[in-house]
Design a protein around this ligand. Structure first.
Ligand SMILES: Cc1cc2nc3c(=O)[nH]c(=O)nc-3n(C[C@H](O)[C@H](O)[C@H](O)COP(=O)(O)OP(=O)(O)OC[C@H]3O[C@@H](n4cnc5c(N)ncnc54)[C@H](O)[C@@H]3O)c2cc1C
Length: 389
């Protein structure tokens, strides 16, 4: 394992850092506070800028407009975007990774040609619909059904808490396809906005990530052609687990970026703010928080890059390391955000300071894409399988 990136790679990272610093970060607070229409306009502008840079096609093949970069390189870009604006990171990740990822992995050449160039160029926005009103962690309990009808399928059901749902052009959706006698079979379908019987709900009001719209997907007698099915009928659940596992290194990178933003803000404030005639950074209680943040961030960064490298090399440990990185980095981000607010004292509680937004945004990492409780279940299961005999 060698994380000494080449000069070309470092030049790419530096160019992306400039884009994030000049174009994305300056609008993060505005994105957070704007009403829905304005926020969507800002977000779409960021999608375009990121597409132009090539960010939306990082892991996708050149044939479809991507750059085919390995994940170990991709996570460096993702961290930078997470540092600049968590909401933009989340929405682009849902479109390029959660929606584009399964199309890339399981799609037919026609499905890839139809959707990947559009997602990679930012002309289309995608989402992934797994969670339902009655279940999120336990996806075996989903109620959305697809029944065979003539040459195609008819979908009925709903999805909730879906990133990008209100603005999506395409949704990849998990549904049961079994009969009443055999309820276990599942499939993933690509459903296009405009399909009769497919609609989306209003965006939810939520604690953080205000700039990334979250909502519902509804399917009522929604007829889709046979070509809407991704891969083989029956593979849906395994496909969904694969997508989530692959995505965990990305979520970890975003969490490291968010934690780094907390440290950036905390250092600036601790240097400037005076108490008892000295900068507060001179007090050990403050400076030790900075040191602890630095250690959490660097450890999380290493775990993320390690998990990405394992995924790139198709190492069997990739899944468990992605879970470890996801838990560690998202909990580190919550701690760093809390300490950054604490270092700001009362001002940290005001919306005027970025740490207030970072504190609200940090929490989602512990919940999304497989809660940290269920990650610990998976990690412990792996330990027991290795060393339990
Ligand atoms: C802003 C936002 C964006 C989201 N984006 C998407 C998206 O794009 N696509 C999508 O499909 N979903 C999305 N989600 C949904 C998210 O993935 C789910 O909220 C998450 O998987 C948890 O599911 P749940 O909310 O149903 O909680 P539940 O599954 O009901 O869990 C509730 C609590 O019980 C715990 N728990 C449940 N089962 C176990 C167990 N076996 N062992 C130990 N603890 C357990 C959980 O860890 C949690 O603490 C999003 C959510 C939010 C808030």
């Amino acid at each position: 394992m060698n994380f000494d990136y080449s000069d070309d790679e470092k030049a790419g990272f530096a160019a992306f850092e400039r884009l994030c610093r000049d174009k994305i970060a300056p609008r993060a607070a505005e994105l957070d506070r704007s009403d829905y229409d304005k926020a969507v306009a800002i977000l779409r502008g960021s999608f375009r800028a990121l597409a132009e840079f090539g960010y939306l096609g990082l892991g996708h093949s050149e044939e479809h407009g991507g750059s085919g970069k390995p994940l170990v390189e991709g996570v460096v870009y993702m961290e930078e975007l997470g540092r600049a604006c968590a909401a933009t990171f989340l929405s682009t990740g849902a479109s390029m990774g959660l929606c584009g990822g399964p199309i890339k992995a399981f799609g037919t050449p026609e499905q890839k040609t139809r959707w990947l160039p559009a997602l990679i160029s930012g002309q289309a926005v995608g989402c992934l619909g797994l969670t339902e009103p009655g279940c999120g962690t336990d996806l075996s309990a989903i109620k959305t059904r697809a029944r065979r009808d003539g040459g195609g399928w008819v979908l009925d059901g709903s999805k909730t808490l879906i990133t990008n749902a209100p603005i999506c052009d395409a949704a990849v959706v998990l549904a049961k396809i079994g009969t009443a006698d055999n309820d276990e079979e599942t499939g993933m379908f690509i459903v296009e906005r405009g399909t009769a019987g497919f609609s989306t709900g209003k965006p939810f009001a939520k604690m953080g990530y205000h700039g990334s719209p979250t909502g519902e997907l509804f399917f009522e007698e929604c007829r889709v052609p046979a070509e809407a099915l991704l891969g083989d009928a029956g593979d849906g659940f395994a496909q969904a687990m694969g997508v989530l596992q692959h995505g965990r290194a990305g979520i970890s990178a975003g969490a490291v970026g968010l934690a780094q933003a907390c440290l950036d803000e905390a250092v600036k404030y601790a240097r400037d703010r005076q108490a008892f005639g000295r900068p507060i950074s001179k007090y050990q209680e403050v400076s030790h928080k900075l040191a602890d943040m630095k250690m959490l961030i660097d450890t999380g960064r290493l775990m993320t890059r390690h998990a990405a490298w394992l995924a790139d090399t198709e190492n069997p440990d990739a899944g468990v390391m992605a879970s470890c990185a996801k838990v560690f980095t998202t909990e580190a981000a919550v701690k760093c955000a809390s300490w950054a607010v604490q270092i700001h004292g009362g001002y940290g509680y005001l919306s005027e300071y970025p740490v207030e937004r970072l504190y609200r945004d940090a929490k989602l990492g512990e919940i999304g894409e497989g809660t940290n409780e269920i990650q610990r279940v998976l990690i412990a299961r792996d330990c027991l399988a290795r060393w339990g005999a």
